[in-house]
Design a protein around this ligand. Structure first.
Ligand code: URA
Length: 251
């Protein structure tokens, strides 16, 4: 196995960070610094150390699905002392961390793992993993606005790519003044869904991620977590679909 992959698979660092560490001489193989990423590792015989600490490839890999409630920060530690998603997985002693990010007020499916390679692959833009959201907005966006959302709108971080946008109807909690949508995006720009709707003049009042790739939140209660099944892990690993074009138009 290539050295940077070995480190990433062990959950120590992303592949990119591992390569940097190798270049900087922070990785040793059998006691000797190796400066070349790609250096072959015999996983049964070689002793790899990252910044002086032994890297064990046999460490248990954990893949956790959390139903994140609103009001929890997606970070391992918050300097402002707010509740973090780590507070909800305290029974897990392994060093897991969130894969990607949901805003403070966003609810729904969040993955946590100690497998750096897996996390890197899942969040890298080139893999274009589809993410599905339920969106509750104020007002009733026009057909023109929905078309713009599907085709791409300009938000502060750039133009959004094509998205699948389905109108689900009026919001049950309003008398016709609010609407609900299902949105599938393939990128992870900051606050993307909220900013997309803002760009067409509508405020998102609630946002919930219900699916990542083929992985569904299902009826996991808010605040609860569970381990992914081997089938779900294998499925996510194979989810990347380069060049995937969402269906247009849709309902
Ligand atoms: N889009 C958002 O606006 N927020 C999220 O948390 C995820 C997607």
């Amino acid at each position: 196995m290539r050295l940077e992959k070995y480190i990433a698979t062990a959950g120590i660092a992303s592949r990119r960070a591992a390569k940097r560490a190798i270049h900087e001489g922070r990785v040793t193989v059998n006691g000797t610094p190796v400066f070349v990423p790609g250096h072959p590792i015999d996983t049964n015989a070689d002793c790899v150390a990252f910044e002086g600490k032994r890297v064990t490839s046999t460490a248990e890999r954990l893949y956790v699905m959390l139903h994140k409630p609103a009001g929890y920060v997606t970070t391992r530690r918050d300097e402002r002392g707010r509740p973090t998603v780590m507070d909800l997985v305290q029974d897990i002693s392994e060093n897991i961390y969130p894969v990607g990010r949901l805003d403070l007020e966003t609810e729904g499916l969040l993955l946590l793992t100690n497998d750096g390679d897996f996390a890197y692959r899942l969040t890298h833009p080139s893999h274009e993993i589809p993410k599905t959201y339920l969106v509750w907005v104020d007002g009733v966006p026009s057909e023109k606005a929905v078309r713009q959302l599907r085709e791409g709108v300009t938000i502060p971080s750039g133009k959004t790519a094509q998205a699948t946008v389905s109108r689900l109807g009026v919001r049950a909690d309003t008398d016709g003044t609010g609407s609900q949508f299902k949105v599938i995006i393939h990128e992870g720009k900051k606050r993307q869904v909220r900013l997309m709707f803002k760009a067409v003049g509508h405020r998102v009042v609630r946002l919930k991620r219900i699916q990542v790739g083929e992985l569904r939140l299902g009826n996991l209660p808010p605040g609860q977590h569970r381990l992914l099944t081997p089938t779900e892990i294998a499925c996510l690993r194979g989810t990347g679909r380069r060049g995937f074009k969402p269906r247009l138009p849709n309902t």
